[in-house]
Design a protein around this ligand. Structure first.
Ligand code: FES
Length: 334
């Protein structure tokens, strides 16, 4: 009969490996050399960030340079890519070199415990951090400290620049349209300028500002620029003198973007001279400057100041004097 033992010998924790002294631990010259190498790497990282910033600000986007093997490369994009790549590379290399050559190598085992440490442990941690900082000699390694600050400081700048590159600032995007003084009104669709004399009483036309390349309009402009042109008899207007001066011979122009939540105000009742928004039924009275007479909209549709040019084509006399679209902030046209 053979007895088989099922007991398993518990594994012994071998403990941390014996510490092997490095050159920098025993030779002050080697320590100094390692410190300079780390500082050099951090400095190179900072300089790479400067290259990125320089490329972003100063290098034109349409300049190409020839690079063997790679062919023609866009200088702007190349500068951004190389700057970002080397900035990260040198920062990482500097940190690794610092850790390998100069930081204490003693292994520390931290066993699992409750989320909140006891007060004794917290005090112990503070002591340990202070002790480690003293061992790393950060206070004395001013060269590394300064170069690391230089590197990290510049490393933080490119993301800010890239964020700025995402597009126009929201305020500019929301507050401006493509309408300028002298811009012709053109049909949409069709892109044809509009003779004031071609509009009959009762007519309503959707228009856009004339631009050199209509196919290249930005989506944000297409969303904000549409204007409704309506002709009624001038004597039917009940407008303030200022608003009346913005009309031309019975023709009045309003932003087509509803002041409630931005839908297209698409329905015009010729008999009542009311504009209707199909989304929540806000109703605007054309004779009274698109004053809201029903529905949730809180303000009239912005009115575009129009006149005619020497050839009789309708043009904007000025841009909108307020933001078009929803009343997401305080307006001045109640
Ligand atoms: S978006 Fe026009 S009424 Fe709501």
């Amino acid at each position: 009969m053979i007895n088989v033992s099922t007991e398993i010998e518990p594994m012994q924790d071998p403990g941390p490996a014996p510490h092997v002294m490095r050159n920098a631990d025993i030779d002050p010259k080697a320590e100094k050399r390692a410190e300079q190498q780390v500082a050099t790497l951090f400095t190179l990282s900072g300089l790479s960030s400067l290259l990125l910033i320089y490329s972003y600000v100063f290098l034109p986007t349409d300049v190409f340079i020839f690079i063997p093997v790679m062919g023609d490369q866009n200088a702007h994009q190349l500068g951004l890519g190389l700057g970002m790549a080397f900035s990260l590379l040198f920062l990482g290399m500097g940190a690794i070199h610092w850790a390998k050559k100069l930081m204490p190598e003693t292994e520390v085992i931290n066993h699992r415990h409750e989320f909140r440490s006891s007060d004794e442990d917290r005090d112990e941690l503070v002591k340990t951090v202070k002790h480690a900082a003293a061992e790393v000699k950060l206070g004395r390694r001013s060269l590394i400290k300064r170069s690391l600050g230089f590197s990290l400081g510049l490393f933080a700048l490119p993301p800010v620049l890239l964020l700025r590159d995402l597009g126009p600032l929201p305020k500019k995007l929301l507050e401006t349209t493509s309408w300028k003084a002298g811009t012709r009104l053109v049909t949409d669709p069709g892109n044809r300028p509009i003779l004031a004399s071609d509009l009959e009483v009762g007519a309503v036309v959707q228009t856009l500002p004339e631009v050199p390349h209509p196919d290249e309009r930005l989506l944000s402009d297409i969303a904000k620029d549409p204007v409704l042109l309506i002709r009624i008899r001038p004597e039917d207007f009940q407008l303030s003198p200022e608003k009346f001066a913005m009309t031309h011979d019975g023709i009045i122009a309003f932003s087509k973007i509803c002041s409630h939540m931005g839908c297209a105000v698409a329905l015009y009742e010729q008999q009542t001279k009311h504009l209707l928004c199909p989304c929540h039924q806000s109703t605007f009275d054309v004779t009274r400057g698109a004053k809201v007479i029903f529905g949730p909209a809180a303000r009239p549709l912005p009115q575009l100041d129009i006149t005619v040019d020497d050839e009789g084509y309708l043009i904007a006399r000025a841009p909108f004097n307020e933001s078009v679209g929803p009343s997401y902030w305080e307006r001045n046209s109640q």
